[in-house]
Design a binder for this molecule. Structure first.
Ligand SMILES: [Zn+2]
Length: 102
């Protein structure tokens, strides 16, 4: 999974990056709704970094869409999203063909 440099969530564009300073807060990732940033600690295995990114993405979705999930639910959805994206590589890439969703 490629971690993007920015990501549109709802009407906002979040800047995504790596930041060693968040280690001091004891966090592996951080989603700042005011600054529109997602930061991930980068000194961990790639799978942990990717899982953390998915968690912070769900945090942004939860906030931008006013879903009001509890943090445990955010964690579970983040892990599920990561597993689906990881285990289905390329499924969501555009290949120029139109497909219908039902
Ligand atoms: Zn969280």
């Amino acid at each position: 999974m490629k971690i993007p440099e920015s990501l549109r969530v709802g009407a906002q564009v979040y800047t995504v990056g790596f930041d060693k300073n968040i280690r001091d807060s004891g966090l592996a990732g951080e989603c700042n709704f005011r600054a529109l940033t997602i930061k991930v600690l980068d000194d961990r295995p790639p799978t942990r970094i990717q899982e953390t990114f998915c968690h912070e993405l769900v945090e942004a979705v939860n906030y931008e869409y006013g879903i009001n999930l509890r943090h445990k639910q955010v964690t579970q959805l983040g892990m599920a999203l990561y597993q689906i994206l990881r285990d289905n590589p390329g499924v969501f890439l555009e290949d120029g063909t139109e497909t219908a969703c039902s």
